[in-house]
Design a protein around this ligand. Structure first.
Ligand code: UDP
Length: 236
């Protein structure tokens, strides 16, 4: 039996697994988009790199007690995950100021936050993923107030674990975006992906950007820097 396509996003296709009920196949695409889809390009090998990177990070987090939807990597570009209902909120954690927060609030580039700053964005392309507060989140999702606190707590815990992991790779974790999903039994778990598409990663020594900013800003070769992230992860 063939897997059926459920959804196609900007960076991944989602299939219902034909032989494994309750499980999905995520197929990572070679497409890169930025600025809410305004800038687009295709990079041969990007799907494989993000699939491999994500497939290394989720188990590393699992070892440190972070539950996610990830089950296993299936092949070069696909991974198997538990089916969840995605909460339409992007949870961003920032350790250093860059990107949208510098423009929105005038905070100088590279300002270090004394404690990590957590922001919530409503996942809605038509609205341009607006920044929302807790009350908005409770209005727009089925999360209870306790569950929202749980997600925030998890995101900050994941920040600590990822900072630790990337630090060992001589990389500063500048900021990143997480998504959470609800399992059939109601439990909330980390979902989507963790990759240089969703994290800002700066080499500690050279400050070189090893993430999607090289594409956003047109300052380097995306494949070269994603390969460097994979190489350093594999050495862990
Ligand atoms: N991010 C993401 N998907 C989005 C928006 C942001 O993965 O739709 C990530 C982005 O890669 C960065 C962090 O979230 O690591 C914070 O992004 P920011 O709000 O600064 O937005 P940007 O400057 O990318 O528009």
């Amino acid at each position: 039996m063939k897997n059926t396509l459920l959804y196609e996003g900007k960076a991944k296709k989602v299939y219902q697994s034909a032989d494994r009920p309750g499980q999905l196949v995520l197929s990572y695409k070679n497409a890169a988009t930025a600025f809410n889809g305004e800038k687009k390009a295709t990079f041969s090998g990007k799907g494989r790199l993000n699939n491999e990177i994500s497939s290394l990070i989720f188990p590393m987090l699992a070892k440190r007690g972070v539950e996610s939807h990830f089950i296993e990597r299936l092949n070069e570009t696909e991974q198997l995950v538990h089916q969840t209902t995605i909460i339409p909120v992007e949870v961003v954690v920032r350790n250093l100021a860059t990107g949208s927060i510098t423009k929105r609030l005038g905070i100088p580039e590279k300002t270090a936050f004394a404690s990590p700053l957590l922001e919530l964005f409503y996942k809605n392309d038509e609205l341009g993923d607006p920044l929302i507060n807790d009350a908005h989140t409770l209005l727009l999702t089925d999360l209870t107030a306790e569950e929202l606190e749980e997600i925030k707590h998890k995101a900050l815990e994941i920040n600590q674990q990822l900072q630790h992991l990337f630090s060992a790779m001589n990389i500063t974790l500048v900021d990143f975006k997480l998504e959470f999903g609800r399992m059939a039994d109601g439990k909330l778990v980390l979902a989507d992906e963790i990759s240089p598409d969703t994290c800002r990663l700066w080499d500690k020594t050279t400050q070189e950007k090893l993430d999607k900013d090289v594409f956003r800003q047109g300052t380097g070769d995306l494949i070269t820097v994603y390969e460097e992230i994979l190489r350093r992860l594999e050495a862990q």
